[in-house]
Design a protein around this ligand. Structure first.
Ligand code: GLN
Length: 470
């Protein structure tokens, strides 16, 4: 691994200079690639001034945040029109923690509320792939992956995954993306997609950035009842961890039906690992076949209740209330019809259907049972293996023209390799392993609950490719 830019910066922080350079770069990047919904230049310099006064040693590493994370005094839209005026009065816990050592540079583009795999369901902008502007960045944390790949200054990105929203864009853009164990990072201040699945994680250009960022954001928070109390770990020290006794399982059935070039590229990554570890063996996880339908039932059932609060009264989008606004139901329907995008509406309808009396047992409860079995299957695999490996996505980043022809079901099927580990709440890391032509391919590494260290230890053997200067 080459020297980490983030590590270099931390050894010798120069926040003012780095911030100036960052915003100079961002202007060019935003014009061509649109990774941001909001650029927070003014706030950034104000924050720096305040922090430097308090502590002249302030590190001030630039970080970006996916726009579903609440940021005090800064527009927070979750990619949706319905939140086009929402300015939170508080910071999410992960933001608050990072602001102690870093500077927020902007809020990154995402599919509306996280609904998508390509970042084209964003009301404000559609980030372009750093390797080919005619291709998507992946979703839903597309803006985070885009800026992580393109920015030359040291930077880490806060992102979020429900069913693969960190791994997918990290794979399509060629960066590291960590989705931590469910409950390791506080979700307080996150605009929920599906509470039982949402995880706040990180993207960075190198594994050190991921490990360092996790040190900052992981840890108990009384404001999130699902956040787990555990002893603090120093994740950066695992970069040096000896992996020679590690056993890696390659999930054979995750290769079925994937693009043959992607398959080859992923095997190059696995061979690299093989050179360092004790054993690399194939394994089957047959229950993963049921993960996709289970995920879309559980996630959408939660969506349909979570989105009920967006009725134009307490949050964001509001019509002028006048005599034409009608009664409550008419007003409520008008706001939701105008404020939600097509995919959000589809998911509200589907989720409501799954929860209906009579269907609950048939779909929702069954999906929960499958989820429990999936956890068991992973747990069994981790008795034998320290890490499981598979492709992250079945394809390289597709062109906008290609995805325009996909049906919603075909779009959902893109997530088939990432939903099972997300349902199980285990940590996962996308590492950029090879390129197919000019396009990056990601290798997906999975570990048992709270075994992020195994992922970090293997992550060190990989490097993000550098796209051309913007
Ligand atoms: N693509 C998946 C979905 O649309 C996952 C998105 C996510 O993780 N937020 O649900």
């Amino acid at each position: 691994m080459g020297k980490s830019k983030i590590k270099e910066y931390l050894e010798n922080p120069a926040p003012l200079k780095v911030l100036e350079n960052t915003f100079m770069e961002i202007k060019k990047i935003q014009e061509k690639y649109e990774p941001f919904i909001t650029i927070t230049e003014e706030h950034a310099f104000e924050h720096l001034e305040k922090k430097i006064k308090e502590n002249p040693e302030f590190i001030g590493l630039p970080f970006s945040a996916k726009d579903c994370l609440c940021t005090k005094g800064i527009l927070t839209t979750a990619g949706s029109k319905i939140l086009n005026k929402y300015i939170p009065t508080f910071d999410a816990t992960a933001i608050e923690r990072l602001k102690e050592v870093g500077i927020l540079i902007g809020k990154t583009a995402m599919d509306e509320f996280g609904f998508g795999s390509f970042c084209v369901n964003c009301h404000y902008c559609k980030p372009k792939n750093p390797w080919d502007r005619h291709r998507v960045c992946g979703g839903s944390s597309g803006g985070a992956a885009c800026i992580t790949s393109l920015l030359k200054q040291p930077h880490i990105a806060l992102a979020e995954s429900t069913g693969g929203s960190i791994s997918c864009p990290a794979s399509f853009c060629g960066v590291f993306g960590l989705t931590p164990t469910y409950g390791l990072v506080s979700r307080w201040g996150l605009i929920d997609y599906a509470n039982s699945l949402d995880k706040i994680g990180l993207m960075a250009k190198d594994i050190f950035g991921i490990a360092w960022g996790l040190n900052v954001i992981a840890g108990y928070d009384g404001k999130d009842s699902t956040c787990i109390k555990r002893e603090k770990e120093d994740y950066t020290k695992y970069i040096e961890m000896d992996v020679s006794k590690m056993r890696v399982g390659v999930i054979k059935n995750y290769f079925e039906g994937i693009d043959e070039h992607v398959e080859k590229a992923v095997w190059i990554g696995i061979k690299k690992i093989e050179g360092y570890c004790k054993e690399v063996e194939e394994i089957e996880l047959p229950l993963s076949e049921y993960a996709l339908p289970s995920y879309y039932i559980i996630a959408l059932a939660e969506v349909s209740t979570n989105l009920a609060k967006f009725c134009g009264m307490r949050y964001g989008y509001e019509e002028e209330i006048n005599e034409n606004s009608g009664n409550f139901n008419e007003y409520f329907s008008k706001i939701r019809a105008e404020g939600f995008g097509k995919e959000a509406k589809r998911r509200i309808i589907l989720g409501t259907f799954y929860r209906k009396a009579g269907y609950r047992e048939r779909y929702y409860i069954k999906a929960l049972k499958i989820r429990a079995l999936l956890v068991k299957e992973f747990k069994k695999a981790f008795k034998k293996f320290d890490v499981l490996a598979s492709p992250t996505m079945p394809i390289v980043a597709p062109r906008y023209t290609e995805i325009a022809e996909l049906t919603p079901m075909q779009c959902y099927a893109m997530d088939r390799l990432t939903v099972a580990p997300n349902l199980a709440g285990i940590p996962m890391l996308n590492v950029p392993c090879e390129k197919v032509g000019n396009l990056p391919v990601g290798l997906h590494l999975l570990a048992d609950h709270f075994k992020e260290k195994n992922l970090i230890a293997l992550g060190k053997f990989f490097e993000s490719p550098e796209p051309e200067e913007v």
